[in-house]
Write a protein that binds this ligand. Structure first.
Ligand code: HEM
Length: 455
């Protein structure tokens, strides 16, 4: 399915001041109360580029795809990453996701090849196998928590693709440690303790550190085992590929760097995809026509056999469903960066220190680019659809050089899991309109109950 985009034309940038907000705190309380609603109001009441204050910092919010594309592309040159706080760093260390400049370029060039399309081909069979095992456990009429089930499934897959079958009975303890660490990071964000100095140890922070220590010990043990047995050439998991990677001067990643990149791929690579799949089931359970077309496509292309990576291109409707779910409920919903000296957008100077933001939530639901923006309509992605979508009006994976490293992995995984599971059953999600829970990701509420309807 070709991505339906129209080229960008130059759009002038004319920032207008947004709501005044409170002294010192600025718009922080209004944003904190209802972040999604606040951003939609900014867009609808003020326009495409709005200045506002987040605490003492001046911020600029961008809503137009032309400005968003330019901003995302300019980040490596004229913007800094916004500090994401102490907690996230405990888990990812100094991996590529928090690195800058030449350090980031080196790490990205070493890690990127582990998730190229050719490598993702190799992970596809494990994805389908894990999905078949999950579907095999659900009986007709069972009530399941979709969010929990999707999280278990993508967790299993990321651990298989990272470490092969080496984890054995430690899989559970390790998955639990990751869940505790991720919960701790989300809690810091919700409680606004994000930027407290690292030496302040709340009970939540102590739990987080214990969980990270469990993850560290296990990942280091796996790395040592690979190093002891020499050679990783015969293995095709991500950990072996990270250990075998060499930069332009032939240097490998250090042991600590391998640990940090493995933890980052793990953390970045499972909850994002499970969230996307959970929203997909929710949307499908509200759309019988989309579901029927899905069943028809799976019957026609697969005829009852499990999908393989070669089927990915042959399942356009399955991919359109995922794409539309990522539009309506983008798991990653906010991208900030801080302007450096010399930053410009659309030939307009951006004062240094300004935090520039864009949000997939607001752009993906903008009626200018998506007629009937709140409706789930996978057919809007038909190649012959009448309304072409501008570049960067859909950007669940970000953009520019720092675009999501695992975008291909995630899209293949989501499509193959949906195709495998939907061959066996559909999930009828009961709550009518669950409001997203806003954290690092836009999550459905938990539990999100569904009844299994086996075919
Ligand atoms: C539906 C699933 C996913 C979504 C929605 C998603 C979204 C994103 C977004 C929005 C970014 C920031 C991009 C930017 O700043 O322009 C990102 C970065 C990243 N993602 Fe993903 N992601 C997903 C799955 C994955 C997977 C499966 C992996 C790994 C296997 C992964 C690894 C990464 C890494 C390492 C980065 C940092 C890249 C860098 O800073 O150079 N993601 N992702």
């Amino acid at each position: 399915m070709p991505v339906t985009t129209v080229p960008l034309t130059s759009v002038p940038l004319k920032p207008v001041p947004g709501p005044r907000g409170l002294p010192l705190l600025g718009n922080l309380p209004a944003f904190g109360r209802d972040p999604l609603g606040f951003l939609v109001r900014l867009r609808d009441e003020y326009g495409d580029a709005v200045t506002w204050s987040l605490g003492p910092r001046r911020s600029l919010f961008l809503f137009h795809p032309a400005h968003i594309a330019e901003f995302l592309a300019a980040r490596e040159r004229t913007f800094e990453l916004l500090e994401i706080g102490w907690a996230f760093k405990q888990l990812t260390g100094q991996s590529l996701i928090l690195s800058k400049g030449s350090d980031w370029r080196r790490k990205r060039s070493l890690v990127q090849p582990t998730v190229r399309p050719r490598q993702v081909r190799g992970y596809a069979a494990a994805m389908v196998e894990c999905a078949q095992a999950a579907a095999g456990q659900w009986q007709d009429g069972d009530r399941i928590d979709v969010r929990h089930q999707m999280a278990l499934l993508t967790q299993r897959i990321v651990l298989r693709t990272l470490f092969g079958n080496d984890l054995g009975d430690r899989t559970r303890a390790l998955s639990e440690a990751m869940a505790v660490a991720e919960h701790g990071i989300g809690a810091e964000l919700r409680n606004m303790t994000l930027f407290l100095p690292g030496w302040i140890r709340t009970p939540g922070r102590r739990r987080l550190l214990r969980a990270v220590a469990t993850i560290d010990a296990e990942v280091h043990r796996l790395i040592r085992a690979r190093q002891r047995h020499g050679g990783t050439e015969d293995r095709d998991d991500l950990l072996s590929r990270l250990l075998a990677a060499r930069d332009e001067e032939g240097r490998p990643l250090t042991t600590q760097e391998v640990r940090d990149e493995a933890a980052t791929l793990w953390a970045a690579g499972h909850e994002t995809t499970s969230t996307a799949l959970t929203w997909t089931w929710y949307l499908l359970s509200r759309s019988p026509e989309a579901r029927e077309r899905l069943t028809a496509e799976l019957d026609e292309v697969l005829g009852g056999r499990p999908p393989t990576i070669d089927d990915y291109d042959r399942l356009p409707w399955t991919r359109q469903i995922i794409k539309e779910a990522l539009r309506l409920y983008p798991p990653a919903w906010l991208i900030p960066a801080v302007a450096r000296d010399g930053a410009t957008l659309a030939d307009t100077r951006i004062p240094p220190g300004t935090v520039v933001w864009c949000s997939q939530w607001t752009t993906h639901r903008d009626p200018r680019w998506f007629p009937e923006p709140t409706r789930f309509r996978p057919e809007r992605w038909d190649p012959e659809a009448p309304d072409p979508v501008p570049d960067h009006a859909w950007y669940p994976f970000g953009g520019g050089q720092r675009t999501c490293l695992g975008a291909r992995f995630a899209q293949v995984e989501a499509a193959l899991l949906l195709a495998t599971l939907a061959q066996h059953c559909h999930l009828d999600v009961t709550p009518a309109a669950p409001a997203p829970r806003v954290g690092l990701l836009l999550q459905p509420p938990t539990p999100l109950h569904a009844t299994v309807r086996r075919h």
